[in-house]
Design a protein around this ligand. Structure first.
Ligand SMILES: Cc1ncc(COP(=O)(O)O)c(C=O)c1O
Length: 394
């Protein structure tokens, strides 16, 4: 006997789905992948994750944890080994300690995304505002639907610097937080210590929480490092929320691991929400990441810096590219003389088998495209040649 119902009596899902779910529009990125779906062997410069394997130390530690039957829940806050490693790192890098006098806490989350969602859920009531950069990481505008808060975009064109001067006019009595992302996705722009200090001062003066999404912290290129490290607002303040990840740095994006550190009461609120939602971050990934800081990723960062140079060289004289100081993206302006939007240019590129992403996916504007240089050098060189040819009308 079959239980299939005639089509007419099937559930009308449109009446069931929440306005929240219906308000999220994923068509921009889907359209690019639909266009690319027929390509046999695309030159893929669209990928948002590194092209290196997980370091062996981490692989072995994850396998060992599984084989030793350490597969149960960890504490909500994270396993002690990883938290210990995180605190050592924070202390050596920015002088943040777990000593109660600092008033700080940390929690391991399911990806950097988990930290962003839970963090914003702790801060925003309906109508409260969060200021985020435009261009943005694709999740940021969606945090409005997810939390009921209002996401206010800070226009950072044409140099993509989210400065105190650009933030200040956007502040209202409803502003709870300013979200920074340096090195940034999709632009690779790295803010300087001076710029960060000004933003810290502004937020302090207006009682606004500064959140710093530092998922690409390790991927900061030599000329943008200051005193050997990448600039972070944590150098100047213990009143900011640092959100960091392991996925991009160690090539394990699928392991879903990040952490958030900052003012104790905020982190404890995040822990409360995590307890009743994700419970804890994936356990084997936590045991593995406890060894992450034993690994030197600098040779890879240097290699990415060389790739960045090859991108700048390829577009020299034909298109404007703001020099990426980190991450593995460049945000390329489509030459105005072509009279094309970013989306139209990407369609042309896909016709020639090169996959890049229209700037519109990351912005209210459609004037650029994002190119990821997390691709092997020969693939990158081939793609860059074709993109340049299109720009020069060949
Ligand atoms: C700026 C930024 N923040 C957060 C994330 C989410 O990272 P995760 O995979 O750790 O959730 C990404 C991923 O692309 C990103 O680019």
């Amino acid at each position: 006997m079959t239980h299939a119902l005639p089509a007419a009596t099937r559930l009308d899902v449109s009446k069931i789905l929440s306005r929240r779910a219906q308000s999220i529009d994923a068509s921009g990125i889907r359209r690019v992948f639909d266009l690319a779906a027929h390509l046999k062997d695309p030159i893929n410069l669209s990928i948002g994750q590194p092209d290196f394997p997980v370091p062996d130390v981490l692989k072995r530690a994850a396998i060992k944890a599984i084989e030793e039957n350490r597969n149960g829940y960890t504490q909500t806050q994270g396993c002690p080994e990883l938290l210990h490693a995180i605190w050592q790192r924070l202390e050596s890098e920015v002088g943040w300690t777990h000593d109660p006098k600092d008033g700080l806490s940390a929690i391991v989350t399911s990806g950097t995304s988990g930290a962003l969602v839970l963090g914003m859920m702790c801060l925003l009531d309906a109508g409260d505002e969060a200021i985020v950069p435009d261009p943005y990481f694709v999740m940021y505008p969606q945090l409005s639907a997810l939390t009921g808060g209002k996401i206010v975009l800070c226009d950072t064109y044409p140099d993509f610097r989210m400065t105190a001067e650009r933030i200040e006019p956007l502040i209202t009595p409803r502003t709870k937080t300013v979200l920074l992302n340096s090195p940034g996705n999709p632009t690779g722009v790295v803010l300087t210590s001076r710029e960060l200090a000004d933003i810290v001062d502004l937020c302090r003066a207006r009682n606004i929480l500064l959140i710093s999404d530092e998922i690409y912290d390790e991927f900061t290129f030599s000329e943008f490092r200051e005193g050997g490290r990448f600039p972070t607002p944590a150098q100047f303040s213990k009143d900011c929320l640092l959100i960091r990840g392991f996925g991009k740095t160690y090539g394990c994006t699928g392991w879903r691991l990040g952490y958030v550190a900052g003012p104790h009461d905020i982190v404890q609120s995040i822990a409360k929400l995590q307890q009743y939602t994700y419970v804890c971050a994936p356990s084997m990934a936590q045991y593995a990441a406890a060894h992450a800081y034993e690994v030197d990723m600098q040779p890879w960062v240097d290699r990415f810096e060389k790739r960045r140079d090859s991108v700048l060289e390829a577009f020299d004289g034909v298109a404007t590219v703001t020099r990426p100081g980190g991450a593995f993206y460049s945000f390329v302006e489509v030459p105005k003389a072509l009279g094309m939007t970013g989306t139209q240019f990407v369609e042309k590129a896909i016709e020639r088998s090169v996959l890049v992403i229209p700037g519109k996916v990351f912005s209210t504007r459609d004037t650029h495209f994002r190119l990821s240089f997390a691709a092997k050098e020969e693939v990158l060189a081939k793609g860059l040649g074709i993109l340049r040819d299109i720009m020069e009308g060949r």
